[in-house]
Design a protein around this ligand. Structure first.
Ligand code: PMP
Length: 361
């Protein structure tokens, strides 16, 4: 069996140790004679798995007690609708920072539901190469919250600061949650699709501050209602049990194998720094993002000659370096360096890139 290095933007690489443990426990979970996939979500076995996962996540992110942790479905995309439905019940305007495709989609969904929206800052003028500064943010006077995308997965543009505003901050952390320690208390809502740094696709995490639970619209499906979901322990209906279990194994891996989020952040910083240095020192590869906003998780780069894209990708795949093709909307390449992508993968990629440049550049 060979596991190649996987740079996919999502669903992304999972730690091999996690997959091995899942394999060991697959047919017979802890001597119970059945798989986690086959358990009732209300069984004591599964409830223990679910509670452990939440406890580990709370520990990793030092989540304050006044925050609920919700394990949902529908992807991060459903949060584009659920956030305004849950926070705009008393009126007011949803404010957005637009730094790329995902933030734009979040705004479009709120608008499509008929909510008032306001663009409080944008990186559009820079071609999404630079995040607006704190001084440039301009919220509407009736702002109910400010939504932004911590890391734009496609553009490779990451906030280098947490906005300081007088209204609740709502952040799409899909592609950078758990990459480093985070001061959760700065936020009203944090959400993230699981399929990058958390676990497999099918699970979405939402952290919501208690006092925001009564701001919802009157007509809201119970599955979309943070308060109802929180009261039901994320089991209003059948949750994605296996994804929840695997997320729990990833949290254990982060705690015990990696040593927590400080340690993870150090590794992530090293991985990204190496790859950007290799790109910047080459004559073939380039990345346009302002230094302070370069994503540590998603590193897009283009080749000086587009005709080399195809051979680059083909040879990379041959060398066991998978999924380096950039998003279809932007082209070029993108290497996603999520938590589960080992440093050795980045080293191998850098060697491959240098070798390719020497031969073809
Ligand atoms: N937000 C960000 C930052 C993302 O990267 C993605 C997925 N790539 C989404 C939202 C949408 O996530 P999902 O597919 O889980 O709805």
């Amino acid at each position: 069996m060979t596991r190649h290095y996987n740079f996919c933007a999502g669903p992304a690489a999972l730690p091999t140790a996690v997959l091995e443990r899942a394999r060991e426990e697959m047919l017979d979970y802890h001597g119970r004679g059945l798989s986690v996939m086959e358990m009732s979500h209300r069984s004591p076995e599964f409830v223990a798995i679910a509670e452990q996962a939440e406890a580990d996540l709370r520990e990793l992110l030092a989540i304050p007690e006044n925050y609920k942790v919700l394990f949902l479905q529908g992807g991060a995309s459903l949060q584009f609708s659920m956030v305004p439905m849950n926070l705009l019940g008393q009126g007011g305007t949803a404010n957005f920072l637009y730094t790329g495709i995902w933030g734009k989609k979040a705004l479009a969904e709120a608008k499509q539901l008929g909510f008032a929206v306001h663009m409080a800052g944008s990186s559009e003028a820079s071609g999404h190469t630079e995040v607006p500064t704190q001084a440039e943010l301009a919220l509407s006077s009736d702002a109910a919250y400010l939504h932004y995308t911590a890391n734009e997965t496609i553009g490779g543009l990451e906030f280098d600061y947490i906005p300081d505003v007088s209204v609740p901050l709502v952040c799409d952390y899909s592609s950078s949650i758990l990459a480093e320690p985070l001061d959760v208390s700065r936020f009203g809502v944090i959400y993230a699709g699981a399929q990058k740094n958390i676990g497999p696709a099918g699970l979405t995490l939402v952290l919501v501050r208690d006092d925001l639970l009564d701001q919802r619209c009157q007509r809201i499906p119970s599955l979309f209602d943070y308060q109802a979901v929180a009261e039901a322990g994320s089991m209003v209906n059948t949750p994605p049990t296996y994804a929840w279990y695997l997320a729990g194994l990833v949290f254990q891996w982060l705690k015990h194998d990696i040593g927590g989020l400080e340690a993870m952040a150090t590794i992530n910083a090293r991985k990204a720094a190496k790859l950007y240095a290799a790109i910047d020192s080459s004559g073939l590869y380039s990345n346009p993002i302002a230094l302070r906003n370069r994503s540590r998780m998603n590193v897009p780069f283009v080749l000086a000659d587009e005709r080399l894209d195809k051979p680059f990708l083909a040879e990379a795949e041959e060398a066991g370096l998978l999924n380096l093709k950039g998003h279809r909307s932007v082209g070029g390449m993108r290497a996603s360096l999520y938590n589960a992508v080992p440093e050795a993968a980045v080293d191998t990629l850098i060697d491959f890139m240098a070798d390719f440049e020497q031969r073809r550049g």
